[in-house]
Ligand binder design. Structure first.
Ligand code: GDP
Length: 325
């Protein structure tokens, strides 16, 4: 396969080629990895930048419904929208529930939309790399907005935030006066909290939830990458469409401000460095994941446990033997 012509087709926005290229970056085969690297190199610096929006929320908050409604609204404004999913749990649950086309029926029929479910992978590292490369491919293919969906189960939010320009947390209205057990770490990476289902009987609860979160956000440490008033909480209804245009207006305001102040470029540069370090770390760990290395590790572990070797001495021995060359 000629990577240059594949790349040129992607730059022309060909969706079938894009889908093929994503399959290529998702492959773990060494020859595919080499081709993928070539392709990404060819596409790098093509000059197009999408707005990458990370979107997280626990199952049932309305992610699919929101993406469908929000995506349709963007398309009606003439924008092209890609939806990718990062789901580290997909192998465990026996199938992906994110980025599922049957749950975004209208959007999946649109020519200006591209939806890709999460690859099934056992570890987050593999999913992260592939998703990041898929984002780069969608960007090269000229999508204006890339939505990266993840489920609120902890670590995956950090991974998604590291490949997004904005991070949106979707919540459902909740009774009681406690915040819905949203971890502080997730609150700290959110740029926008959207309280979904602000319609019908749920509206009063949504209003209260929204004001609780507005209060909680005000208590967080001020971040340099935020203009006045951010991060903020808003109400939306994926059913009625209420609040979706306002949410998009807020996202655009944030994007514009960050572009003007240099925070946008800085964040992308920091993300590139983050991923560089991750790649180095993973490559090193992979070298320690051979049968010989695992056997040596087990043997050294026994000696450390029995007190025959110090932890540091054993580590030095391990690394000298198995990371060399
Ligand atoms: P996901 O698991 O986060 O992708 O959530 P879904 O999009 O599948 O939605 C979960 C449930 O919430 C479904 O029964 C939806 O019909 C419902 N739902 C989603 N958005 C809204 C909304 O804006 N208002 C109301 N009332 N229900 C909604």
């Amino acid at each position: 396969m000629d990577m240059k012509s594949l790349g040129d087709k992607i730059l022309n926005g060909d969706r079938r080629t894009l889908a093929r290229a994503i399959t290529l970056v998702e492959s773990a085969r060494a020859d595919h990895r080499a081709q993928a690297a070539q392709l990404l190199d060819h596409l790098r610096g093509a000059g197009r930048q999408a707005v990458r929006i990370g979107l997280s929320g626990t199952p049932g908050v309305g992610k699919s419904t929101f993406i469908e409604a929000f995506g349709m609204m963007l398309i009606e404004q003439g924008l092209r929208v890609a939806v990718l999913a990062v789901d580290p749990s997909s192998t465990r649950s026996g199938g992906s529930i994110l980025g599922d086309k049957t749950r975004m029926e209208r959007l999946s029929r649109e020519k200006s939309a591209f939806i890709r479910p999460s690859p099934s992978q056992t570890h987050l590292g593999g999913v992260a790399r592939r998703s990041r490369e898929a984002v780069a491919l969608c960007e090269a293919a000229g999508f204006d907005v890339v939505l990266i969906e993840t489920v609120g189960v902890g670590q995956s939010e950090t991974v998604v935030a590291e490949m997004s320009d904005l991070f949106v947390l979707l919540l459902a209205p909740a009774g009681g006066d406690e915040l819905q057990g949203v971890k502080r770490g997730i609150m700290e990476i959110a740029d926008l909290i959207l309280v979904n289902k602000a319609d019908g009987d749920l509206k009063p609860t949504a209003m209260r939830t929204c004001s609780d979160y507005s209060g909680a956000l005000r208590l967080l440490r001020k971040r340099p990458q935020d203009p006045k008033g951010f991060p903020k909480a808003l109400m939306v209804s994926a059913y009625t469409g209420d609040g979706l245009d306002e949410a998009w207006a807020e996202m655009q305001a944030l994007v514009d401000w960050r572009r003007e102040t240099g925070h946008w470029d800085r964040r992308r540069a920091e993300q590139a460095l983050y991923w560089f370090r991750q790649e180095v770390r993973q490559a090193l760990l992979a070298r320690l994941d051979t049968p010989q290395a695992r056997a040596a590790m087990a043997a050294l572990s026994d000696r450390v446990a029995s007190g025959a070797l110090s932890p540091a001495g054993a580590a030095t021995e391990m690394l000298e033997k198995h990371l060399g060359g």
